[in-house]
Design a protein around this ligand. Structure first.
Ligand SMILES: Cc1cc2nc3c(=O)[nH]c(=O)nc-3n(C[C@H](O)[C@H](O)[C@H](O)COP(=O)(O)O)c2cc1C
Length: 581
């Protein structure tokens, strides 16, 4: 696969370091207005400074990207949703409500609106954010009541767009530990019993699932149940991507041809506590026709309970176990890549989960934990025998993170020992050429998974399907960002909080998007993922701006779409995920 180095740019586009400070980081607000017609404030350097001597690698842990909200400046949601044919209530139904109840009080601190057209109102005929929407002009009356376009509302049903929203009574039962997990508990006992029995009798591993005294009626029923199957062959799989692989981003990848999508890694323990943040990670857009949820945990009890819970409560096609997360905290507690070295625990997890689930269980792993000690090839046959339906191999170890190219020769070794278990290869695919090389060098593979390639150029799925490279213009790329912003306002809301959440996720994505080099500028396309983009000047100011590695320029782009950032705003991206030297 690709070598680590620097991408070669056609000479006329390369700029020196000096020009770079003059040009790249200082495309002015005026230039942007000229290109896009959007008014834009000139931001100060709003990037928090790293401590001196600190290297940029792994995750940025010093981030403070979350906006704080004061309830005494927010309007009560009951008031927000009052429609034009309703009266404002005299008093709030919640005695201790801390929010504002008068529209005029709220308007004293409401930030300026960003635009006149509300995407949610235009698309669905209703915007639940009423007067608090930052694009409220066309859907509120002079008194601040919400207008509704009933015709549109009937035609496009908003609540059918997103699936897997947890009902409040289920959330309460999880929070109060009242959810009935007796099946999961019994299954673990059953599987543990069989494992002990097997150890004592030293029976053949393969016979575990069918042998042994199965006495409990519930367990017998579960074991007899037929499982749904998924055809993974030759499908383009979008990686699970924490933070950046959010629902609006996945929608865009689907539109460009991704076949299979997966939610961001969700923590089993938090799903079992019913936390809103974790449950947001299992939401599925209706366009995601083959969709999985990825779980991270460190013991069979939480994995089995989650398997039972998700299989019963949500609409999901497969559940994936994360065996690759390299983050120290996750590894130390024995989850993610830490689970690779706890194979007895892993066996109970997988056997219990597969027996509880009516859908396939998949596993995503790395080559191993340490640099020169690959272990995936010894683990994969066990995963197959324990009941996994598919394994994805990311061709790097935990220790390597992104510092070397993905090892596709080793991925092939894994695919060869796995049969008949399907293996998906993963790592460093940024073009059709990379894809074709991976498939040719490894014919045993079922397909590939694409992570950063989709973040850097989401149209990669189309390129692979059409077997060509696209020279996308900066204005087309800007339109993709506009679309993401609209999907973001739909997903996170169009009030101030929603706008700032959308901005934060947009900025996280921009921290990958700037790495794209338009093919018209490359000396020998296609671009290689591990080659650092040199400083270059685009074919117009917007292209130059989009190539900037500076967070203050990403902020500038966000301001073109979502208005000026709040006064105290700072941004440091969460992930770096590159192998540049
Ligand atoms: C920002 C980011 C977030 C990621 N989050 C996850 C995750 O939640 N679960 C997971 O299994 N892998 C995660 N990964 C790893 C990717 O899924 C993928 O295995 C890795 O990036 C290698 O593929 P690529 O070279 O195509 O990017 C993440 C990677 C990146 C860059």
């Amino acid at each position: 696969m690709s070598q680590i180095g620097v991408c070669k740019i056609k000479e006329q586009f390369v700029v020196t370091d000096h020009e770079r400070t003059l040009d790249l980081n200082h495309v002015s607000a005026k230039d942007i207005e000229k290109i896009t017609g959007v008014e834009c404030d000139e931001p100060d350097a709003k990037k928090p400074k790293l401590e001196e001597g600190k290297k940029l690698k792994g995750q940025n842990k010093a981030r403070k990207n979350f906006a704080q909200y004061n309830p005494s400046e927010a309007l009560c949601s009951k008031i927000t949703r009052i429609t034009e044919d309703e009266e404002f209530p005299e008093t709030c139904q919640f005695e201790k409500c801390k929010f504002l109840h008068k529209v005029e009080d709220y308007l004293k601190t409401k930030p300026n609106d960003i635009g006149d057209d509300c995407y949610n109102f235009e698309t669905f005929g209703q915007c639940n954010f009423g007067i608090t929407c930052r694009f409220a002009k066309k859907h509120v009356t002079v008194e601040g009541k919400n207008k509704i376009d009933r015709g549109k509302m009937e035609a496009v049903k908003k609540d059918e767009q997103v699936l897997n929203v947890l009902h409040s009574e289920k959330r309460f039962s999880l929070q109060r530990k009242k959810y009935d997990f007796h099946l999961a508990d019994k299954m673990i006992k059953h599987v543990d019993g069989l494992r002990k029995e097997e150890k004592e009798k030293k029976v053949d591993e393969k016979s575990v699932q069918t042998s042994g005294a199965v006495t409990d009626e519930d367990i017998v029923k579960l074991l007899k149940r037929e499982k749904k199957k998924i055809d993974f062959k030759d499908k383009l799989f979008l990686s699970p991507l924490t933070t950046v692989g959010n629902l609006p981003f996945r929608r865009i990848c689907k539109e460009y041809g991704a076949d299979i999508t997966c939610g961001e890694m969700a923590m089993c323990s938090k799903l079992l506590q019913g936390t809103t943040h974790e449950w947001a990670l299992v939401k599925r857009h209706h366009t995601e026709d083959v969709f999985g949820v990825q779980l991270c945990g460190n013991n069979p009890h939480i994995f089995a309970k989650c398997a039972q819970l998700l299989d019963t409560e949500i609409n999901v096609d497969f559940i994936d176990i994360n065996l690759g997360c390299p983050i120290d905290m996750v590894y130390r507690e024995g989850s993610g890549s830490g689970l690779m070295r706890r194979q007895n625990v892993l066996e109970t997890c997988i056997r219990s989960m597969t027996n509880l689930m009516s859908i396939p269980l998949t596993v995503k792993t790395r080559t191993g934990i340490y640099n020169n000690t690959n272990i995936a090839h010894t683990l994969i046959p066990k995963l197959r025998d324990w009941g996994a339906s598919l394994v994805t191999v990311h061709g790097r170890s935990r220790e390597q993170r992104y510092t070397r190219s993905s090892d596709w020769e080793y991925i092939r070794e894994c695919a060869q020992v796995a049969s008949p278990l399907p293996i998906i290869g993963n790592g460093d695919i940024l073009s059709y050429e990379d894809y074709a090389r991976a498939r040719e060098s490894c014919p045993e593979l079922y397909g590939v998974m694409i992570g950063r390639g989709a973040l850097i150029k989401p149209w990669i799925f189309t390129e692979i399907k059409e077997q060509k490279l696209y020279d996308i213009s900066s204005s087309e790329r800007f339109d993709i960002l506009k679309k993401f912003t609209n999907y973001g306002l739909e997903n996170w809301g169009s009030d101030n909080k929603g706008v700032e959440n959308t901005r934060r996720f947009l900025l996280e994505w921009l921290s990958f998007l700037y790495r794209y080099i338009p093919i018209g500028l490359l000396e020998s396309p296609p671009q290689k993922i591990n080659e650092r983009p040199p400083y270059y000047k685009g074919r117009n100011d917007l292209e130059t701006l989009m190539a900037s590695p500076s967070a203050s320029d990403w902020i500038k782009i966000s301001e073109m779409l979502l208005g000026p950032v709040p006064d105290t705003f700072t941004f440091l991206p969460k992930h770096k995920a590159n192998a540049y030297r």
